[in-house]
Design a protein around this ligand. Structure first.
Ligand SMILES: Nc1ncnc2c1ncn2[C@@H]1O[C@H](COP(=O)(O)OP(=O)(O)OP(=O)(O)O)[C@@H](O)[C@H]1O
Ligand SMILES: [Mg+2]
Length: 347
């Protein structure tokens, strides 16, 4: 039996060695945001990084506020202390034409196939083939070499959500029924060995809520089952508690000091000077009740989040946290998130 640490999913995560970063997570947890921040983080200090998307959503272009990306690598950002982030929206049809051209030199014949609808047919009817084309393009970019070595120091893939990611990456299984031998089979084999190699890692983005955490656990189990290497668990949109630990405990039990809340409100100039009776006094009491109820809700949420964090830790991979940024995500926010990823050893 081999050492369990040698199983791709259990290998320690090493940012210095990882060149292909796959970013997945439940829908809406921040995959695209985190993938972009990771690309900036990896590029900082003068490296070249390619950020890819495969879902045909133009999420990267929207995030960086640039026109829709063509099927062509475009520089979209400069990282801290130099370093370039390029972006590519991989599209199955274009990938198939490129593939036909590359492997069969089918320049014109490929175009003819496209006119006949064969390209649409091939890329929509066989999801396995579609995925092999998409991951194949990423594979090609990862392997591409220029005169001075690899063209990209790292590649970040904004991947399909957790529910679909294992099928998407496990192209070998997917094409098994499609091609037992031949170039597609070989392509799938090469992609698989790159994905399983120590230079690849699949990061799982989650937020501290029940469903995303459950999906993270399920995805980790599935990826382990098919022998794909897990990277980090990236906890996104983390909110700091607004109450101190002792107050949280009281709030959860509904035992916050009501008198202190009323006094605090009065100190803020609410409820009138020294009065507790009358209209203003009643308003003050209602305000205090509202705040106490909010305090309890907040404390219960913090407690739930604490439990979710324990479940995410139990996945057994390095955990990094990114705050919920109140101002939303603009380019400046991406740089801030990138710094936090570097500080926490993800990049
Ligand atoms: N750390 C954060 N702080 C504040 N807002 C965030 C943060 N991360 C993501 N968001 C916001 O959350 C929303 C979802 O993020 P994003 O599009 O990156 O998620 P996604 O997982 O890629 O979604 P989809 O499944 O639709 O592709 C966006 O509006 C984004 O700006
Ligand atoms: Mg997205």
């Amino acid at each position: 039996m081999t050492d369990p640490a040698e199983h791709p999913s259990e290998r320690p995560y090493d940012p210095a060695r990882t060149r292909l970063h796959v970013v997945t997570g439940k829908g809406g947890t921040g995959k695209t945001t985190v993938a972009a921040a990771l690309a900036l983080a990896l590029a900082s200090g003068g490296r070249r990084v390619l950020l890819c998307e495969v879902e045909g959503r133009q999420g990267i272009a929207q995030l960086f506020d640039v026109p829709p990306l063509p099927y062509e690598e475009r520089k979209i950002a400069v990282a801290a202390e130099g370093g370039d982030v390029f972006a590519l929206a991989v599209e199955p049809k274009a990938a198939l034409l490129e593939y036909l051209e590359l492997f069969y030199r089918m320049g014109r014949a490929g175009k003819l196939l496209e006119r006949m609808g064969a390209v649409d047919f091939a890329t929509t009817v066989a999801p396995g083939l579609r995925d092999v084309l998409l991951t194949g393009k990423v594979y090609e970019a990862a392997r591409r070499r220029g005169p001075k070595g690899p063209v990209y120091d790292a590649i970040v893939l904004d991947a399909p959500p957790t529910g679909r990611v294992t099928r998407f990456l496990n192209v070998n299984e997917e094409v098994a029924g499609l091609a037992k031998v031949g170039p597609i089979r070989n392509q799938a084999d090469s992609i698989m060995s790159l994905l399983r190699s120590p230079t690849s890692a699949v990061h799982l983005v989650s937020v501290l809520e029940e469903m995303p955490v459950q999906e993270t656990q399920d995805a980790a189990a599935e990826l382990r089952r098919v022998g794909l290497p897990l990277g980090c668990v990236l906890v996104n949109m983390v909110r700091e508690p607004v109450l101190a630990a002792a107050d949280l405990e009281l709030a959860a039990a509904g035992r916050l000091d009501r008198g202190a809340v009323v006094a605090g409100l009065r100190a803020e100039g609410l409820g009138g000077r020294g009065q507790t009776g009358g209209v203003q006094g009643a308003l003050l009491e209602r305000l205090a009740d509202g705040l106490l109820a909010e305090g309890t809700d907040h404390a219960l949420r913090v407690e739930l989040e604490r439990e979710q964090r324990i479940d995410l830790t139990a996945v057994g991979r390095p955990l990094a946290e990114l705050p919920a940024l109140a101002g939303g995500i603009d380019l400046g926010a991406l740089y801030d998130l990138a710094d936090l990823l570097v500080e926490q050893g993800v990049a």
